[in-house]
Design a protein. Structure first.
Lengths: 118, 336
């Protein structure tokens, strides 16, 4: 059941983003930054964590979830370290996601060759 | 007799001749409507090389060799090459023709480069500065995406309004006599910028430049569209075509029955999912050296106006908020 929820909710988020990509002139980079910022705002409003509790990976994997992760990390660091937390918190909480992307991206570039678009 | 004509044109006292042309393309172009007309279709997008840039250089080298073989002319008889591509600092051309050991005029006209190369090559022959010259232009999807958009490895989605850069190279040898066609006149275009900033609608950005140079050509020579069997632009696509025809109608010229566009002809947009059509230096160059030359050789067309069109933006200018200026060059080609 939780797999189905994750699939449907994650899919719905991706579908909405795809509509933005097809129907607006927004560049993909801007859309991704927009998603992260929306995630931060929803996290700050306390909406996003309950959303993750309900839909699991469907909410945490898309970039909205990454925004929420950033928010959580900065908030916790602000509580512990004061103003310095503004600088410490973001990278600490997102370390796994960012390192994962770097490592797997690099491994992929070692194994695979670029192909022409068809 | 002075060869200067009107404001932007030249009428050659002795028309330079097109001795022969050659075209080499990638597999997608080979699967398109003009597939069987190209001299060679490479199934390997790397053309035996290691990178897309390398591939484009190899493609240029192969095309240059092929056109010399077809024309029966040795590289030592060719005085100059006029050539260009889309890559930064023209590296495809620089590395591509180095083995030919022919003096080079490297050109950047974006997708209008073939028009620029033919114009300057024709002027060189007519001015008695050479017996034979080569005009060549190429583009490669992998290199162009990396230069202007995102590397193919990034795996981004391309919007439906984007054009598909042709992987192809066209080369032409010009001489004083012989061959199957000649270039009696040229009209050189100015940069035209209507302030459009939509890099995803290149046709609209370039159509004003095409309209202005075609208009000036008509004015300089006192002709209209009926003087030509076909008026062929480089890569305006369907949207750019409509804008071009409307702009010229406003000035009193109707070219709708003669107009054709290489970007529309080279791909089947329905079957090949090429969105807005073909583009790139290779688009006009390969269509010229295949389809257009074939029609001229069999005299299905006797006199055409060839107008490659270019968009003179860079990623830097675009990111800095500049508009997309266009340019286009007219080359009159008649069979003989």
């Amino acid at each position: 059941m939780e797999y189905l929820k994750a699939f449907l909710i994650g899919g719905a988020i991706c579908a909405v983003v795809q509509i933005f990509m097809d129907k607006t002139k927004l560049m993909p980079g801007r859309i991704m930054v927009g998603l992260v910022c929306i995630g931060v705002i929803l996290g700050a409003l306390g909406i996003y964590q309950p959303f993750i509790d309900y839909s699991g990976a469907g909410a945490s994997v898309p970039l909205l979830g990454f925004g929420n992760t950033l928010w959580k990390g900065v908030k916790e660091a602000l509580d512990t370290d004061g103003l310095l937390g503004l600088f410490k918190g973001g990278f600490t909480s997102s370390a796994v996601g960012i390192s994962g992307a770097l490592v797997f991206g690099y491994l992929a570039s070692l194994i695979f060759e670029p192909k022409m678009k068809s | 007799m002075s060869q200067i004509q009107g404001k932007q044109s030249i009428k050659f006292n002795e028309s330079p001749h097109i001795i022969e042309g050659a075209s080499i393309v990638g597999s997608k172009e080979g699967e398109g409507p003009l597939g069987k007309l190209f001299d060679f279709v490479s199934e390997d997008p790397l053309f035996g090389g290691k990178t897309w840039e390398d591939a484009e250089s190899l493609m240029q080298k192969q095309t240059a060799s092929l056109v010399m073989k077809k024309a029966g002319i040795n590289k030592m008889d060719i005085r100059y090459i006029f050539a260009g591509d889309l890559l930064g600092q023209l590296i495809a051309t620089s590395f591509g023709i180095v083995d030919l050991e022919i003096p080079l005029f490297g050109l950047y006209g974006a997708c209008s480069t073939m028009g620029e190369a033919l114009s300057l090559g024709a002027m060189t022959i007519a001015g008695d500065y050479a017996d034979y010259v080569m005009a060549m232009a190429s583009s490669h999807l992998g290199g162009a995406e990396k230069t202007f958009r995102f590397p193919l490895e990034y795996g981004n989605q391309r919007p439906l309004s984007a054009t598909w850069t042709v992987t192809g190279c066209g080369a032409v040898i010009l001489g004083k006599q012989g061959g199957f066609a000649r270039i009696p006149a040229i009209t050189t275009g100015k940069i035209v910028d209507y302030g459009l900033k939509d890099s995803l609608n290149m046709g609209a950005c370039m159509a004003p430049a095409a309209a202005e140079v075609i208009y000036q050509h008509f004015m300089d020579f006192g002709v209209d569209g009926r003087a030509y069997d076909k008026i062929i632009t480089g890569d305006l696509g369907k949207i750019g075509q409509k804008i071009l025809i409307d702009l010229l109608k406003e000035k009193g010229f109707d070219i709708s029955s003669q107009h054709m566009d290489c970007g529309i002809e080279i791909f089947d947009s329905e079957k090949q999912d090429t969105h807005a059509g073909g583009s790139g230096c290779g688009c006009s160059a390969t269509t010229l050296c295949s389809h257009i030359f074939k029609q001229l050789k069999k005299k299905a067309w006797n006199k055409i106006l060839f107008i490659p069109t270019g968009a003179l933006l860079s990623t830097v200018s675009y990111n800095e908020g500049q508009s997309v200026p266009g340019i286009a060059h007219c080359v009159v080609i008649e069979s003989c």
